[in-house]
Design a protein around this ligand. Structure first.
Ligand code: C5P
Length: 222
């Protein structure tokens, strides 16, 4: 049985995290949420008072922190220096800060190196913005998951409300759009759709319908 590398890229709120988790469970693969890695760097930077523009400071930070994932009973968590930061990295403020620090080429280099180590043996689903374009251009399967800005903002809003955060729908939609615009316009590894990626628009589809479409594509490569 071949151990594929599966890349899922796309803007925020398109369903990447959910689908990546379900797909990896179905295939018994490792799941790597690369956004969570950039978020952990952003959290560490804000705690240490390192400015998002201070790329050298951020680079040094990347080399002294330890980030890993843990999976227990189907529950996945992100750890920073031995602390479970899964919740702390998901606030709207941290999303914004993450997008800023992720524009630094040195930060990206450090994260890409880690991601390649984690994924090189295959049997892995990675989700992010530059997986199919930069991290694993040779990935056997590439998906580009998208949805309308309205749908993506609504999903992000529902997630935050479910966590008990007080947020505004219009503002959430606006923040999602602004972050995607920044991620798409940045100089290093911008969000883009690789030519060889299978594009899926999840706006009018249920999670199960997207998963089914993905499984059809994956089955052809197994
Ligand atoms: O996917 P998520 O919303 O958690 O990602 C947070 C931010 O991390 C994105 O807005 C983007 O700026 C950055 N990111 C990135 N490259 C990746 C994954 C995430 O630049 N592969």
């Amino acid at each position: 049985n071949s151990k594929l590398i599966i890349a899922i890229d796309g803007p925020s709120g398109a369903g990447k995290s959910t689908l990546s988790r379900l797909l990896s469970q179905q295939l018994n693969y490792i799941n790597i949420d690369t956004g969570a890695m950039y978020r952990a760097v952003a959290l560490a930077a804000s705690r240490e008072g390192i400015d998002s523009e201070d790329c050298q400071g951020l680079e040094a930070l990347c080399h002294r922190i330890e980030i890993h994932f843990q999976r227990e009973n189907g529950h996945e968590s992100v750890w920073l220096n031995g602390e479970d930061v899964s919740e702390a990295i998901r606030t709207p403020q941290m999303s914004l800060l993450t997008s800023k620090i992720a524009a630094c080429a040195e930060v990206r280099q450090a994260m890409v190196r880690l991601q390649r180590q984690m994924g090189k043996a295959g049997g892995v689903v990675l989700e992010g913005r530059d997986i199919g374009s930069v991290v694993f251009p040779q990935a056997e399967v590439k998906f580009y998951l998208e949805a309308s800005a309205q749908a993506r903002g609504q999903r992000r809003y529902d997630e935050l409300v479910a966590k008990g955060l007080e947020v505004d729908l219009q503002q959430t939609i606006h923040e999602v759009e602004a972050r995607d615009a920044a991620d798409s316009a940045r100089e290093h590894a911008p969000l883009l759709r690789p030519e060889d990626a299978v594009a899926i628009d999840s706006t009018a589809l249920t999670i199960d319908q997207v998963l089914e479409k993905m499984m059809v594509v994956v089955s052809q490569r197994l």
